[in-house]
Design a protein around this ligand. Structure first.
Ligand SMILES: NC(=O)c1ccc[n+]([C@@H]2O[C@H](COP(=O)([O-])OP(=O)(O)OC[C@H]3O[C@@H](n4cnc5c(N)ncnc54)[C@H](OP(=O)(O)O)[C@@H]3O)[C@@H](O)[C@H]2O)c1
Length: 263
């Protein structure tokens, strides 16, 4: 048993870089103690160091969340040692590739991380969250959840999974102390690959880009306000309105943008 000074913690997955790192920093600024998880690399320790400088307790757990056994290990470690009041399911990835060219393992990892890990980790943490007087779950989806998109195919489907899973769970947990929110970010330049992809997508996509630190601020604030749905930035809220169009038009429009990226 780890001897902690603090009473409750937030677990953030994918906290070594990108949006997860800024969500962790945003929580640390609000004096929330942290459990940070990501693949083994230097980024996680760096996020931990930055957050510790803000005076909070931070523990890290390096693991590959595409494996069910690792999801279990992370949950066991956290549940045995900490009261978890906030769960942020952020780790995830996407990309634009032709279905005929994409490796099988790439698709498998995407589904396991973006969808499986979110549901399984939430399941394993629920007893801990329900023990707290008030608790919060924040699941990271994407505006890609609002339309199927050719050349992305699996990614929007995993993010739709996150939406439906979260909305169903929110209803199921109504009347308990656990609130469930979903954030739908639009494009954020969190790594070089995304920067290059966004440039090839043209004007419309560039208008909707927000810095991850800004998205993290909006997401954390929405989480504490117990909002069901958080969509940062007006261009992204506009994109959501596409869902009123007939599915075929919407899919065709969204695919046209990605086709330009694919070349
Ligand atoms: N960037 C965008 O434009 C955008 C838009 C909409 C939604 N989103 C969503 O926002 C979330 C964060 O995206 P991001 O752009 O910030 O990503 P990112 O910069 O690539 O960071 C992803 C994080 O997830 C971790 N991770 C990756 N694979 C993992 C695995 N198998 N097991 C455990 N951790 C793993 C990474 O750890 P390592 O550093 O160790 O690899 C990293 O901490 C994702 O769910 C993504 O789908 C992103």
């Amino acid at each position: 048993m780890i001897q902690t000074k603090s009473t409750s913690f937030a677990l953030v997955t994918g906290a070594s870089q990108g949006l997860g790192r800024y969500i962790a920093i945003e929580l640390a600024e609000r004096q929330v103690n942290l459990l940070l998880a990501a693949l083994p690399n230097d980024g996680l320790q760096d996020t931990a160091y930055v957050c510790q400088q803000m005076g909070v307790e931070v523990y890290t757990f390096e693991t590959d969340l595409t494996e069910k056994a690792n999801v279990n290990r992370l949950a066991e470690w956290a549940n045995e040692n900490f009261d978890v009041r906030i769960l942020v399911n952020n780790a995830g990835f996407g990309g634009s590739r032709r279905m005929t060219e994409v490796p099988l393992d790439y698709l498998d990892s995407m589904i396991r991380l973006n969808a499986n890990a979110v549901a399984l980790l939430t399941h394993q943490f629920l007893p801990n969250l329900l023990r707290q007087q008030e608790a919060f779950i924040l699941n990271v989806s994407s505006i890609a959840a609002f339309s199927p998109v050719g050349f992305k195919t699996v990614y929007p489907a995993t993010k739709k999974f996150v939406q439906h899973f979260s909305e169903g769970l929110r209803e199921e947990l109504w009347g308990t102390g656990v609130s469930v929110s979903v954030v739908y970010p639009g494009p954020m330049i969190t790594n070089e690959d995304i920067r290059q992809r966004s440039e090839r997508q043209g004007w419309l996509v560039k208008q909707s880009i927000l810095p991850p630190e800004r998205v993290a601020k909006i997401a954390v604030s929405g989480l504490f306000q117990k909002k069901m749905s958080i969509t940062p930035g007006w261009p992204n809220r506009l994109y959501r309105l596409l869902s009123v169009l007939p599915s075929q038009w919407r899919t065709s429009l969204a695919t046209r943008v990605v086709r330009r990226e694919i070349g």
